[in-house]
Design a protein around this ligand. Structure first.
Ligand code: IMP
Ligand code: MG
Length: 178
């Protein structure tokens, strides 16, 4: 895989330190309240398990599966796997992989708010705030990154590279070949 990588954008050690710092803030901010982590599959899984292990407090977690309709209007999202558990009255922390236009998250947020959680907070390791189409309040951000397609730490190119422990760009020829 190494030979497919063009440039490391966020090295593994930096990710690790940042996740730990976010974890400390979350523990402080949710003092005395039980957290319910909701991750968006599959990209959010890597951040979820790292973040959860930094949270020294009672918590539960669940996974939401979504797919975007490629080629259709932006932000058209479909739930492919719903949450297992009810979130009514719970303090929900959405654990994403990256927020770009914000359209995916806007849909998820609207959908989850209808279920009347006690609170709904958003956490993401990566953000491109300058790409936003819809305004979304993101409470916890790991890194703001440049406008280049990246893989690793949950992010994929055609289903691959999610397991890279760092965030990186791919050589253009990798993205051109089948
Ligand atoms: P948004 O709806 O435009 O905010 O898109 C967010 C989703 O697009 C993320 O959850 C990712 O699945 C995907 N995405 C956005 N940028 C990248 C990237 O650089 N690499 C891989 N996936 C990305
Ligand atoms: Mg995603």
């Amino acid at each position: 895989m190494r030979e497919d990588i063009a440039k490391v954008i966020v090295p593994a050690a930096k990710l690790k330190a940042r996740v730990r710092a976010l974890g400390r803030r979350i523990v402080r901010d949710f003092d005395g309240r039980d957290l319910h982590l909701v991750t968006v599959m599959k990209g959010g899984l890597f951040f979820l398990t790292d973040l959860a292990r930094t949270l020294d407090r009672p918590l539960s977690l669940d996974c939401l599966g979504i797919s975007s309709y490629a080629g259709q209007s932006q932000g058209a999202v479909r739930i492919t796997k719903d949450l297992d558990d009810d979130i009514q009255g719970r303090h929900v922390l959405i654990v994403e992989d990256i927020i770009d236009t914000g359209l995916t998250l806007a849909y998820i947020r609207r959908n989850l708010l209808l279920r009347q959680p006690a609170s709904l907070t958003i956490c993401t390791p990566l953000d491109r705030p300058y790409r936003r189409i819809v305004d979304i309040d993101v409470a916890y951000v790991g890194f703001t990154i440049p406008d280049e397609f990246v893989v690793g730490y949950g992010l994929d190119w055609r289903g691959r590279y999610r397991n890279l422990p760092y965030i990186a760009t791919l050589h253009p020829e990798v993205m051109r070949r089948e």
